[in-house]
Structures are given as C-alpha cells and as structure tokens.
Design a protein around this ligand. Sequence first.
Ligand SMILES: [Zn+2]
Length: 465
Amino acid sequence: MNKKFYITTAIDYSNDVIHVGHSYQKLLADVLARYHRLIGDETYFLTGTDEHGQKVEKSATEKGIEPKEFVDKIAEEDKREWKSLDISYDRFIRTTDEDHIKFAQEFYLKSKAAGDIYLSKYEGLYCEGCEAYLEESDLVDGKCPFHPNKEPQKLIEENYFFRLSKYQKFIEELLENNPSFVFPDSKRREILSFVKSGLRDFSVSRKNVKWGIPVPDDPEHTVYVWFDALINYLTFGVEKNCWPADIHVLGKDNQRFHAIFWPAMLKSAGYELPKTILVHDFFSLNGQKISKSLGNVIRPSELVAKFGADGVRYFFLRHGPLLGDVDITWNKLAEVYNADLANGLGNLVARVAKLCERTSAQYSVLSAQDKFSKEISKQLDNFRFDEALKIIWGWISKTDKKIEEVKPWVLEGEKLKEALKPWVAEIRKIATSLQPFLPGTAEKILGQFKGPKIGSSAPLFPRIK
Ligand SMILES: [Zn+2]
C-alpha cells in the first residue's frame, strides 16, 4: 500500500486578495506535495480561504456588498494567483463551504461535551488585524507587533471559552518531548517558553459578529474565526481519511495558534495530532513590511509576468525566509534570475542540446531508472529547500566546468557523442530533481532530453534587462 502524505498551508484571510508575502508557504507546501507524489505517496494538499470574522464583514460593508459576495470574489482571485505560481493543491477549501460549516459545528459540540467549553465574560484587548485577543505582554509600544498601525480594541463581551489552561501540561510535554513537532527548532523553543509562562483559556465565540458559523447550541453567538479556521484541516482530513496531517505549513504570525491552540482543541475533541508544524519567517519589500496600509502590495502574478512562474519559484525557494526574515527587491530577483537561470541552468541546457543536435546521434531513451536523487530527498525530508537547490546548482556548475575542460566544440562524430553522454545523463538528473521545485522547466527539459534524438529549442529563461 502507498504511504499517505497530507500537507496543508494556512488558509488566507479573505479581507483582501493574497499578496506575495503569502506565497512562500504555498510554495513550500507545493514542493513537498509534488515531491511526495513523485515518490509514489498518496498525497493530499490542502489550501484555501478563511472567510469569516469581523474584518471581512467590515470590508464587505465598505464595498456595499454582502459578505458572501465579497468572499466569493476574493476566493476566485486567490485561486488565479495560485494558478499563476503553479500551486498544485488538491482542494481549495473555503470556511463558508457547507461541509466545513457542518464539521466545525460538530467539532464544537464534541469539545463542549468533553467539558472544555464554558460561558464567561471577556475583558481585554483585541487586534482586528489578527482577529485575535492580545495579552498585555504581547504589546510592543502599546500596539500589536504584527499591526503597529492599528490601535488594539478594548473588548468586554460575553463569550464561550475554551479551557486551554487544562492542557498546560499536555502542550508543554508535547513541545518538550517531540523535537520534530515544530520546525525549525528555534521556533519550538520560542513557543515552549511562551507556554511555560502559563496558558489562559481563550474565547471561541463572538456575540457581535454576525458573519460566522453559528454556535450550534446558542446561535446568538458565532464561532470565533480562528477556532473555525483551524478546523478546516480536519474537515478535509476526515473526509479523505488522511488525518492526521503530516505537515502544517504556516508563517510565524500563526505559530501559537497551530502549535498550542490547535493540538489542545484536537485532544479535547478526541482527534490525533498533526505530525509537524513547519513555521517560516517573513518577507519584506525594499526594507518595508508588505502591507495594504503601506501601499506596497505586490501580487504573485505581477512577479510571474516578469520572471515566469519558475523564476519566482526559484528565487523564493532558494532565498526565501526559511530560517530568518528576508528582504526582497526587484533588482535582487533580476540578478538571481539572470545569474542562476538564464546563465546557469538555461545556458547549460542550451549548450548541450546544441552539441547533441550537431552529432545527430541517437541517445538512450529516458527511463524509470532516472530516479529522483537521494541527496535531494534527504534535504526535502529535512525541509531544507534552499540546500536542495544549492546542491542542484552545484551539479550545474560542475558540468559547466567539465565542458570547459573537454572543449567538445573541437570534437566530431563518435568522439563528440561519447563526450556528450555523461552530460546528457547529468542534465536528465538535474531536471528530474528539479520537478518539485520548477515543474514547468523540468517538464520542458525532460521532454527535450528524453531521447533518442536531442535537439535545440527556445531558451528556457530569456535574459532580463
Ligand atoms: Zn495584530
């Protein structure tokens, strides 16, 4: 039987179309999903939109339309953005989907039956940007660290609460005893130290927010948007019988929800826990945080229009914020594109193809023996997307060097054919290993080099000025 592999990304909040900052986690998940499909695992890849809550309600009102109409548009635009980047999800889940609403309500009742949900009064701070309650200790200069331009709201309202405090020991042990539960380890330690400062119950319903899933046994309330959103992973997982998730990929602004709230919720409702929470850092653009209020939002499709899907994928996967924040500029993107793709990979492929054409020789046909490199598998199993690409680009420059040494352009006939054989094999290996990272490019190269005849074709990465 095939091994099952279930991977998710955070679902994007529907108050606006996604921007380039959201794309990194989709790319990481996409690479892993493609890789697991390639090695024959039964793969499930989930992404989608988080459509309820106060901020969405407000954005729709500002546009003078119903929230549902508003989120329908956002979902369609988000899907277009992901398509431009070749994100190969199996389902695009929306928290307004019927199956999710039903499942979220069932989940709520299970947790309540376990004695973990009770009615009380919330008095404290709320960040509308995060749609999350804030602790005094979270504030930086009196503001939410993720929304320094927004004044936190003071809230006093009757809410249902989830007994997170009951799971203090459980979460502590989970984080302490399972080093692989959070990647990278620095994030695990950060979360653990937050947990040790003491977990407090959190609100799971809102009374003054209409746009949400009704609390099943008290429809005056709607389910708090985070509680609703997290359950999406399980909606799909239970339907497809692929729960528990192998990996949840998300940005660091979501790490507490996924590494603390979510496992406690699952334990409460009687489900298994996901295996790994993969947390990444953030992009900035020209030294600025990417945000609507700063007016510097770029959509992935705008980058794709200039650099191609694989140009963008390469840059992000090789230089993205895997283990630390990263600043991007258009210049940096263009530089990397020209150096590594137009010159590096593109040039090597064009060069060898041209020589092959000259010999008009027959080559062995690409076969199932051209398997995915173990070296690259190892890097992907350790989530080192950047290292994997570094290794592949090492093969490219090594082959380039070899060609310079052998000087095949002075060779003819059989001699030229013999000289080309190992390079054809190397290019096939490179393209095979590139499949999860640069799927379009890999397909083109494998098509061009599948044999028996190999010839030139259009440049893979035209230079950018
Ligand atoms: Zn915030």
